[in-house]
Write a protein that binds this ligand. Sequence first.
Ligand code: MG
Length: 450
Amino acid sequence: MTDLIVSVSGLRGIFGESLNPEIALKYSAAFGHMIKGGAVVVGRDSRVSGQALKYAVISGLISTGCDVIDLGITPTPTVQIMTEQLGAAGGIEITASHNPAMWNGLKFMSPDGLFIEGDVIEKLKQLADSGKFSYSGYMNIGKLKENVTAVDVHISKVLAIPYIDKGKIQKRNFKVVVDPVNGAGAVIMPELLRKLGCEVVLINGEPDGHFAHEPEPLPENLRALSGEVVKNKADIGIAVDPDADRCAIVDEKGNPIGEENTLAIAVKMILSRKKGKVTVNVSTSMAIDDIAGACGCEVVRTKVGEINVASEMKKNASVIGGEGNGGVILPDVHLGRDAPVASALALQYLVESGKTLSENMKKMPAYFMVKRKKAVSGFDPAAVLSRLKGLLKTEDVDETDGLKIIRKKSWVQVRASNTEPIIRIYSEAQSREEAVKLQNEISGKIEELI
Ligand code: MG
């Protein structure tokens, strides 16, 4: 049985095992108690367990004196935008992001639409577990309202990005295949793309939570999308994860360009128009350093997790940032990963280049990343990492998040996942062979240490 995971990415568990309405209720009531009332924006992705958790969340919030603004099925970035826009005291998205269908969870937001920080999550956990939160008297129970315009607000904000030339994109009449994996992206992606003049071919477009494939938008999960792009002679294929904060792209030949390149394209597009700092997490491709370096811009790296990147971006006033897993953060819209934003920037990039996506990709810095995961069972990841560190005395090691061994034009990183009971081992080099070699070297060491 899996444990409930509480991290900077919020709360995640398997419904009926480590997560149930009682847990959602106690965390939401603790959240309501902590923020001392006010409005809370609530949305959910399309997961089958979403409805059951939603009523628990609403109950927890209104019983602690919060007014709830229910957005229904909406992406995480939409809830973030509305939390800020409506001047709410907080926001909650019911989602397990890219995790498989049996998972669900809660992402909590501050009034500025950013996720709550790690120490606040920790306080929330303690309060929820201790039960030391109090319910309001019956006269002070909050009100429940619905809001059905949130997606339109989000779309308008994307179309208003100063670097997006809507008219030019519309003129190109792109043919786009979209795969929202029957998640919350289905309620926004087709409409946004149609507003950008695209001919949209939608696959897995029912937001019913029955994910047609593994929902993480990794190349191996995009076969149907690739096939449809080729069959329909489309210009681009776009996949988003169930809560539509991550975006992966397939070129016109049906080849997934790799989710690292979603951010690379966005950074290249933005820096061509506005110079400034770029903030990414430590697991993100070196391509970002090359692209920013060519523009004379600085790259700042943070721990993995959206809030870590977003809060650093706020501090250092970055012009663009995000996470290499397909999470693009553009402060002009809001400080959170946003797949609709990533898609619009990719189309703008295509329009400006006047070339096909595959031609454009030839000009991108060529790196190969290998991402592996190992289930955590019967060992303590922290202890293994500390023993591994002991073996790396002669190496250049970055400890921003786990252990990242940096060599010349290559690196390998080992860290415990924030969202699943796994350790992630990422490596990147200038050839696939070298990236695999690095993986094998470190994986071998880890196996010996377990
Ligand atoms: Mg997500």
